[in-house]
Design a binder for this molecule. Structure first.
Ligand SMILES: NC(=O)c1ccc[n+]([C@@H]2O[C@H](COP(=O)([O-])OP(=O)(O)OC[C@H]3O[C@@H](n4cnc5c(N)ncnc54)[C@H](OP(=O)(O)O)[C@@H]3O)[C@@H](O)[C@H]2O)c1
Length: 235
């Protein structure tokens, strides 16, 4: 029985990933920073609730203690993420990007992933088949963002792509440091969720596909890579 923790599982891609993994027989810890939203989601999913705010050291430490006391962890899905928005719902471009705004985004999308991974590492290292899946973005690809004609090229934001590019680097360095663990970054694709005001063109079922596949890849699966549903992406 594989035990899997998904951060930000109360809605969106994290919720759909949890649903699929429960159906596949995993014991799923559904992470949620809000206890009530989390409780409702966990009940819907048949998952165990872990109250976990990835920006809060004490919350993350308490979550790791609870999961450890419950028996440990095999797979960590760092899914919780945020996107910068202007008051009218747009994406702040280069001129509208501030240090403070960028720090807020990095606090969740980068430092949050490091905080959670660091706290759960001792548990993962005790697993027979440990894996970490970091939910990145196609906007993390410096190749795609600088290639005219790609959807990523037209995206004006600074902070979000930079945070996911940093997450990709975190992924590569952890993968080298822990060769016994499979650690990968994935791009779900442009998916209708609250993150983008539900403007995404894919369903959550389609978006969660590569996350679920990387969770289930097994000990012979890849590590240190960056994938979407069609295969490897250029860094
Ligand atoms: N949707 C897309 O097109 C797309 C494309 C590429 C990558 N992604 C990535 O996919 C991941 C999931 O996003 P989504 O599209 O499913 O968005 P979503 O529906 O907005 O879900 C985001 C989840 O992250 C949680 N979260 C945010 N800040 C948190 C914190 N500090 N601590 C714990 N949980 C926190 C949210 O909780 P609350 O409900 O409490 O806010 C929510 O559960 C993100 O990393 C995102 O960057 C999405």
């Amino acid at each position: 029985m594989t035990t899997t923790l998904i951060t930000g599982a109360n809605k969106g891609l994290g919720h759909e990933t949890a649903r699929r993994l429960v159906a596949a027989g995993h014991t799923v810890y559904a992470g949620s920073r809000d206890p009530q939203r989390g409780r409702r989601a966990a009940e819907r999913l048949g998952a165990r609730l872990v109250v976990l705010d990835v920006t809060d050291d004490a919350s993350v430490a308490a979550a790791a203690e609870a999961v450890e006391a419950d028996g440990g962890l095999d797979v960590l899905v760092n899914n919780a993420g945020v996107e910068a928005r202007t008051p009218d719902g747009g994406v702040p471009g280069a001129a509208g990007t501030t240090g403070g705004g960028m720090r807020t985004l990095f606090e969740t999308n980068v430092f949050g992933v490091v905080r959670v991974t660091h706290a759960f590492l001792p548990l993962l290292l005790r697993s027979a088949a440990p894996a970490v899946v970091n939910v990145s973005s196609g906007l993390a690809s410096k190749t795609l963002v600088s290639t005219p004609g790609t959807p990523a090229y037209g995206y004006p934001g600074v902070a979000y792509p930079a945070s996911k590019a940093a997450l990709n680097m975190v992924t590569v360095q952890y993968a080298k440091a822990f060769p016994g663990m499979r650690i990968n970054a994935v791009e779900p694709g442009y998916t209708a969720t609250d993150l983008n005001g539900n403007t995404g063109t894919q369903t959550v079922e389609e978006g969660a596909e590569i996350i679920v596949r990387m969770v289930q890849a097994g000990p012979d699966g890849p590590t240190g890579g960056y994938f979407d549903a069609d295969g490897s992406l250029p860094w």
